[in-house]
Design a protein around this ligand. Structure first.
Ligand code: NAD
Length: 351
């Protein structure tokens, strides 16, 4: 199949592109604006493949999106391009409304136009797959799980913008008959994770000898999904999922943030002991909580398991061990990103 991936230079998108090139026969077009979060070095292992191509473009740009879709003639569009960092959505929500809501609308409009012109057999098998988050469901207490029928209750500008995009996708399925699929997944982690997110941030700061900032009292709970398990799930969904359905994807790995950070420190203590022989755990420091910080997210992923046969292969213990090892072995990848963002800040181009 010909797969049009938006956001393929980001964390999950690049894992999906690498997976599709390395483990399938599919052809992939990576359509990405290359914002601060997009890094083509994450794709160097597959860039030379004749089944991979890259087009720089903005999902909000109607003309560029329409041309790219028409030129590539996709069988599937997997839409991952988004502004994805909750903290940034608090500082500057406008970019989230623009990319996540207007950008998804632009993708849907172009996809519908393209789909309507396809011959019947190709129109029947075409899929528009939208990648979303469990954060659209709001916050849980100590018990319970998000299912596909949990009512939406987004709390942050990020999750509200993702909820808005999910509703648009669903509406394009109901109203226009576009064969849409939505997946809502939990917190991803793994190789090539942008170093502003919790796990890579802790690894990078620990190695730099800096304090490890943990929000509030660190008791917020997230379910952790190894990124390579997630991208396998995405393939299951666009290949076998039923149009109009949504699927929750989770890692069966609920952890308190403070326990995640302590685990990272313990693994670093083993894999890369501090020169002074002390534990990285001594660098943990609690900072003022994020406004509106949701207490707990937890996913019931039985539907994708029962209906499509997907299950995560990694436990949190095995996945986090691999992740820390990857960051220790690939310092050039993240050092280059940090230097680039610091240079941007010096030029006053980004906060
Ligand atoms: P990311 O921030 O690492 O990557 C986003 C990518 O989108 C970047 O390559 C960026 O250049 C590109 N992009 C941003 N704006 C664009 C635009 N206007 N036009 C074209 N490209 C643009 O994000 P991620 O963590 O890989 O997340 C991918 C998707 O998965 C997002 O839709 C996100 O909401 C969703 N998601 C992520 C997680 C997670 O834990 N990371 C969890 C649930 C859902």
């Amino acid at each position: 199949m010909r797969i049009f991936v938006t956001g393929g230079a980001g964390f999950i998108g690049s894992a999906l592109v690498r997976h599709l090139i390395e483990n399938t026969e599919h052809e992939v077009l990576n359509f990405d604006k290359l914002t601060y979060a997009g890094t083509l070095t994450s794709l160097s292992s597959v860039a030379a493949s004749p089944r991979y191509s890259f087009k720089q473009g903005d999902v909000c740009d109607e003309r560029v999106v329409a041309t790219a879709i028409s030129d590539f003639q996709p069988d599937v569009i997997t839409h991952l391009a988004a502004e994805s960092h909750v903290d940034r959505s608090i500082d500057g929500p406008g970019a989230f409304v623009q990319t996540n809501i207007v950008g998804t609308y632009t993708m849907l409009a172009a996809a519908l136009d393209y789909w309507r012109k396809l011959p019947t057999d190709r129109a029947q098998s075409f899929r528009f797959h939208h990648i979303s988050t469990d954060e659209v469901f709001g916050s849980l207490g100590e018990t319970g799980y998000f299912t596909e029928t949990t009512p939406y209750d987004p709390r942050s500008p990020y999750s509200a913008s993702k909820a808005g995009s999910d509703h648009l996708v669903s509406a394009w399925g109901h109203t226009f008959g576009l064969p849409v699929l939505i997946t809502n997944c939990s917190n991803n982690y793994g190789p090539y994770h942008f170093p502003e997110k919790l796990i890579p941030l802790m690894i990078v700061k620990a190695l730099a000898g800096e304090p490890l900032p943990v929000y509030g009292n660190g008791t917020n709970v997230r379910d952790w999904l190894y990124v390579e398990d997630h991208v396998r799930a995405l393939q299951y969904v666009f290949e076998k999922g039923v149009p109009g359905q949504t699927y929750n994807v989770g890692g069966n790995s609920e952890r308190r943030n403070i326990d995640v950070v302590k685990t990272v420190c313990e693994i670093l203590d083993r894999q890369h002991p501090r020169a002074d022989g002390r534990s990285y755990g001594e660098q943990i420091s609690y900072v003022a909580d994020r406004p509106g910080h949701d207490q707990r997210y937890a996913i019931d992923a039985r539907k994708i398991s029962d209906d499509l046969g997907w299950k995560p292969a990694e436990s949190f213990e095995s996945g986090i061990e691999k992740t820390v090892a990857w960051f220790l072995g690939n310092r050039n990848w993240w050092k280059e990103i940090i230097e680039r963002s610091q240079a941007a800040m010096r030029r006053g181009l980004g906060a």
